[in-house]
Design a protein around this ligand. Sequence first.
Ligand code: S3P
Length: 437
Amino acid sequence: MTQHSHEPPASAPEVIHALKGFNARIQVPGDKSMSHRALIFGALAEGTSEIRGLLDAADVRSTWRCLARMGVEIDEQDDVVKIHGVGIQGLQNPEGDLDCGNSGTTLRLLMGVLAGQRFSTRLTGDASLSRRPMQRVADPLRLMGADISLRDKKLPPVVITGQPLQGIDYALPVASAQLKSALILAGIYTKTPVTLRGEIYSRDHTERMLPHFGVKLEQTHNQISIQPGQSLKATQFTVPGDPSTAAFWLAAAALIPGACIELPHVSLNPSRLGFVRVLERMGAKIEILDSDGASEPSGTLRLTGGELIGTDVTPEEIPDLVDEVPLIAVLGARAKGMTEVRGAAELRIKESDRLEALRENLNRMNVELELYPDGFKISGQQTLMGAEIDPMHDHRIAMAFAIAGLVAEGPVNIHDPGCVAISYPQFFTTLHSLKGS
Ligand code: S3P
């Protein structure tokens, strides 16, 4: 008898060849962080929210599915996703596990929402998510009165039995927007205020988007507070393009002399533009052609490739470019001089150990990278050789090495290319289209 596995069949590797130059305009899909938040906030709102530009990718579908399992109706017509909100008390017991797939944002944000419900839930994830630490969210939620159990005291599955919650005055120990957002969301369910201090500087989409849904937050440079007794109201929101996705095309154009890329309607939220600032420092010419000045601002970025020089990325810069660090290693391998990244220990607990994945795959390309516990050092002007790349089931590693393939000598084979569906299903189609541009 044949044994059927639950894993989807492995797709053939994507073969990437070097590219001499290109001139392209690419509309990148909607921002992943904002898409998760639009769905969750819309679900908790009273009334029907209309979201345009929502990212259609596996991670966002995980959030969508979990909310649907709790009785939230969500439908799509053309480019508009309508979320029929149930109000903050309207979620229903899903009866059975909520599968968050590969998505840390789904699991961590929902922990905040579920801590204050009147039912018990079990949140699960795939093999990668099941290795990611959840105690950073569970600890402060427990201080608020939540009943949470974790596997081996730190990992998913996460079992949450909803409880009446009290407010908290808490110093965040790590700069994590997922942690910060989970606690703000739990603050919707408390009887007293929630105040966050410490490492509050990280991407601020929750702070910018919740007011669209009628929730007031009080913010100073070193604290964020949410007052109790607030509800969410339905709204209309357009999700701009994802700067972490745009980063792959910016890097491609920066690496190839004479290449030019234009990216319309991409988020210009300053907490997401760290990579653009690093690229400029490395010598890339970047222009912002237009900017709409919205509370979640967006506009057009244009980059023209030239000579790159190495740079030092400091710990303070990491929150603004945390998902783009793999690309900085690729750029550093080609730039003139040395590139160093410090303060990026968080990369070890992303969808893969991204520092280790970088070292392993750059070595396969015959490129040396010196690893630190919290970053790396890489000398530039190295020749990238064609190689077999193992993305370790991590979408951002697969895409970063596909970009490396554009400047490699010999074909680069990206194994398990299907993993890019987590955030950017069209990535390889768009990449191959650069050839003719
Ligand atoms: C995200 C926050 C970041 C980021 C992730 C999305 C979010 O994670 O890496 O891709 O939407 O809040 P951390 O909060 O763990 O830094």
